[in-house]
Design a protein. Structure first.
Length: 138
């Protein structure tokens, strides 16, 4: 509500050129902060929504971490057949592609439910190399 009022007020001020000219002169030609903050806020919100849309719908990252340790680490640790694999092994987009295209061999996922796969995907996505909170599964 406050943002809407701020945007309306900002647009209303644009209609008064004399007032804007005197403000720019008072600020030494620097534009109003309102004109800079509103677009920056909009872009930040848009980026957040866009990255949230990439994540697995309905996945529980806490449960996913537990499932990853329980089911995946047996084959995906140092000196194991599948090689060392952690959330930081891939970017968020790479993890999404991996699960969307089902790039894992079927025998590895045969006993895992669709919901459990979503949970694991959400954990890996949330802690990928390019995420705000990258981590290993330690």
């Amino acid at each position: 509500m406050k943002l809407t009022l701020m945007l309306v007020f900002s647009c209303w001020n644009e209609r008064d050129p004399d007032r804007n000219a005197s403000k720019k002169q008072a600020n030494g030609g620097i534009p109003d902060m309102k004109k800079l903050v509103a677009p920056a806020l909009f872009l930040t919100l848009a980026a957040f929504i866009a990255t949230s849309a990439l994540a697995a719908d309905g996945g529980n990252p806490r449960k996913g971490k537990h499932l990853f340790k329980k089911t995946c680490k047996a084959c995906h640790s140092t000196d194991s057949a599948g090689g060392d694999l952690t959330p930081m092994s891939k970017t968020q987009a790479q993890w999404d592609r991996f699960f969307d295209k089902k790039q894992h061999k079927e025998e590895g996922w045969k006993d895992i439910s669709e919901q459990d796969l979503k949970d694991i995907q959400q954990f890996l996505f949330d802690h990928a190399a390019d995420s705000p909170q990258p981590q290993t599964c330690g």
